[in-house]
Design a protein around this ligand. Structure first.
Ligand code: PGA
Length: 247
């Protein structure tokens, strides 16, 4: 079994208007030879325009969340089918800002993953411990339990990735040590193999949380790290390209 193709995905969160697409185009224009698959996940309002702007480039477009249902009376929500229809190929699910801010449980995340697969979207499923959980030495337990609860059996044979994002490292400038990242990634890999057998070896395990050009090389070359999910540093083409170039 060959190792997973690395994925470097930018999560724009609730940032970006039409004028921001110049940064996405800058990523496409500046992307040299790379082993990685590269994706940008703009807010839902920009998915269609980003997909159009990046059509001729290898840069993929993803959503940041979706509803589990395909349609219905869910004011304000977006279905996986809608993201796919707008040109998305991937979708971030279970981000800690959704888990914490919207009370998304593992079961909700798993239902969203099934919705993504139904719509032909490749899920990037996020897991990660809080600072309190890390201090209590519960990081491995929390993360592997999120992996087991958020990844439905329907992922067997499907393309997907898992993003390990310690909650305390997101947007804070703090990052775990390389040894801490490796410890969690190795545990996630073991959980994936336990769940999906050999197929569990084909999913990339991304690291996310304060990845920037200056720390990307060390993180991206750590054991079992198969790419990155990048927030703040994905908003500027130059920074995002610096991270991709570190691979
Ligand atoms: P950050 O965010 O890179 O700004 O820390 C990462 C994420 O939330 O995916």
């Amino acid at each position: 079994m060959t190792s997973p193709t690395p994925l470097i995905a930018g999560n724009w969160k609730m940032n970006g208007v039409a004028a921001s697409l110049i940064e996405a185009q800058g990523v496409a224009a500046g992307l040299g030879e790379t082993k990685a698959r590269v994706a940008i996940c703009p807010p839902a309002t920009l998915v269609e325009r980003a997909a159009a702007a990046l059509k001729a480039s290898p840069v993929l477009v993803g959503g940041q969340d979706c509803r589990a249902e395909a349609s219905g009376a869910f004011t304000g929500d977006v279905a996986a089918e809608m993201l796919a229809d707008a040109g998305a190929r991937l979708v971030i699910l279970g981000h800690s800002e959704r888990r914490a801010g919207y009370g998304e449980s593992d079961a909700v995340v798993a239902a969203k993953v099934e919705a993504a697969l139904r719509a032909g979207l490749e899920p990037i499923v996020c897991v990660g411990e809080t600072l309190e959980e890390r201090k209590a030495e519960k990081a491995l337990e929390v993360v592997t339990s999120q992996v087991r609860g958020s990844l439905p059996a329907a992922l067997a044979g499907q393309a997907f990735s898992v993003a390990y994002e310690p909650v305390w490292a997101i947007g804070t400038g703090l990052t775990p040590t390389t040894a801490e990242i490796e410890e969690v990634h190795v545990a996630i890999r073991a959980a994936l193999v336990e769940l999906f057998g050999d197929h569990g070896k084909s999913a990339a395990i991304l690291y996310g949380g304060s990845v920037k050009p200056s720390n990307a090389a060390e993180i991206l070359h750590a054991r079992e790290v198969g790419g990155a999910l990048v927030g703040g540093a994905s908003l500027k083409a130059e920074d995002f390209l610096g991270i991709i170039g570190a691979l």
